[in-house]
Design a protein around this ligand. Sequence first.
Ligand code: MIG
Length: 670
Amino acid sequence: MAQKRENIHKYLFGHPFRTDSVVADIPVSAGEAPYLLRSQDETGEVFRYALSEEDRVYGLGEQVRGIDKRGWVYASWNMDDPEIHENRQSLYASHNFLVVDGKEKFGVFVDSPGKVVYDIDYTTRGEMAIFCGRDFGLYIIEGESVLDVIRTFRKMIGRSYIPPKFAFGFAQSRWGYMNETDVREVADEYGKCGFPVDMIVLDIDYMENYKDFTINGERFPDFPAFVREMKARGIRLIPIIDAAVKAEDGYSVYEEGCKGGYFCKDKDGKPFIVGVWPGDSALPDFLSPEARAWFGEKYRVLLDCGIEGFWNDMNEPSLFYSKDSLARTIRGIAEKEGKNLSLTEFWSITGSVARLANNADDYASFYHETEGGKVSHKEVHNLYGYNMVRAASEYFGKYDKDKRTLIYSRSSHIGMHRYGGIWTGDNASRWDHLLLNLKMLPSLNMCGFLYVGADIGGFGQDTTEDLLLRWTALGAFVPLMRNHCTFGSRRQEYYRFGNRQAFKNLLDMRYSLVPYLYSEFVKSALRDELMYTPLGFLYPDDERAKETEDQMFVGGSIMIAPVYRQNTRGRNVYLPEDMKMVRMRSVSDYTEEILPKGDHYVEMGFGEVVFFVAKGKAIPLAKPAKNVAALDEEHLLWIKYADGKTTYELYDDDGFTTDVREENIRTVTV
Ligand code: MIG
């Protein structure tokens, strides 16, 4: 039943595509949208807002730059490009929600499956301009505070995905674990060092020639037995599934897809062929409900082997080339053979090759069969990864309706937050990427994504021990705690470094924090709240808090202030109120100190976890264990900052139930 919600205004423009980003039934409002000045240009509708000096703009999820988004142009256009730096306009995901925080406070959600551009105080100082295209929904959300606006928005898009509890353990990954021996070695070394671990991730090499839903029989001769062997050691294997399906006769997934018409088609109705890891491949049409049901069911082979978690990659979709554009490019270059070329002609050759990947013309050359009819991919580009995950998730519910399955994706869009988590793609071993990891967390939460993480240590390039230590100290507080890197880079499993004790402390501390992280995560999901909250959202009258973008509340009880610079023994920390500083090397080796509101230089050693408890708050900690299942949560240690008693809302369950409910949160007095 349509509810009238005074604080949500909804408008439709053109013929909006049904994205299923919003689940609430909201009636269309009359008149023009408040706050924004509407105009048109050659791209479609444009909405402008005059920003005053003190206004801040938050949101946009997986994006570059600060928590306050002012001063740059951002685009929603899912893109596989590992060169991540502050001058990029879009990364792997598109999250079209932002909040203006000033005298006026309101949220804007552009419900569009295609390109949206946000020029926030960049081209024209003091102006925000949003270029929405022609066919979209626009929501304006009002509230008393930034947090209020976010809560209303989150409620409107539906409850965030909750993974199984083991997903709060640690995951070791690397592109290049080739076979059982490689995986066993990781498990053995973790065991020898006494490092806890819950998951070892399988990248594309476990497959036969990069074919989805196959297992390379030479590398993994008895996969179900190997899955069992690892599980008996307390470790779950998390295989990857790529978006594109190898186009090869005799490969059942390809043949079924062709027969059922489940692939995206070219203008002549034939499967559109692109080049990615398996070579020539077809793209499942995840926007078609039939294709989703078909592809989802394919997960069964792996689920039947005992697999309980997956990751989805290459689903922007990433295209190294399309068959047609590659052929055209090769012909173009061949024509130049033997000619005396000008430099401009020479560069047009290198340019034509460089433009092959993720080419806009290719994205405009294939089509989806949707409930609303045939649409060009270009119009709905940003929904592809979202619906890939949805395909899997819808099937997991059928395979075992009472059990949560782990899934996280590279590409995403608002709406996908109900079906799975995300990791933020191909970062690199750079100190600024550690800071970016921190800053993205609240923006992602605002857009519904709670199960999130970045590759710890950096995916590309070579990590260093100090970077890895500092990054792991942040990762200890992040739901998806995964150390992952590319083949060809320096190996970065923790046991390869000298300071093992420091790494052990950090990993053990993570496991000690699981009762807290799990409780805070579930509460955030059930109550449509942030798990990571910037200081400025909590202390709106404190200018210093507002400009502090390198500290964060994690859940309701604690603030973290990670070290993200090399050659430092600690850092400056701003306390927005009196807080208790806790410095832990382990749950049995720690110090506490009450510090007054204001600035402090705080030393933070490698192998120490430092956090700050807010007044009246408590946190539960468990003794470390080799994996999540082995944690003793009957006997918790409590840390609090209170004279006398205080309470904490603790959540726990069997780790798998889909029946996650508010009533199962217990208020514990400590
Ligand atoms: O083109 O599967 O972001 O995590 O290791 C690279 C190989 C494909 C990109 C993912 C990365 C993964 C890699 N993949």
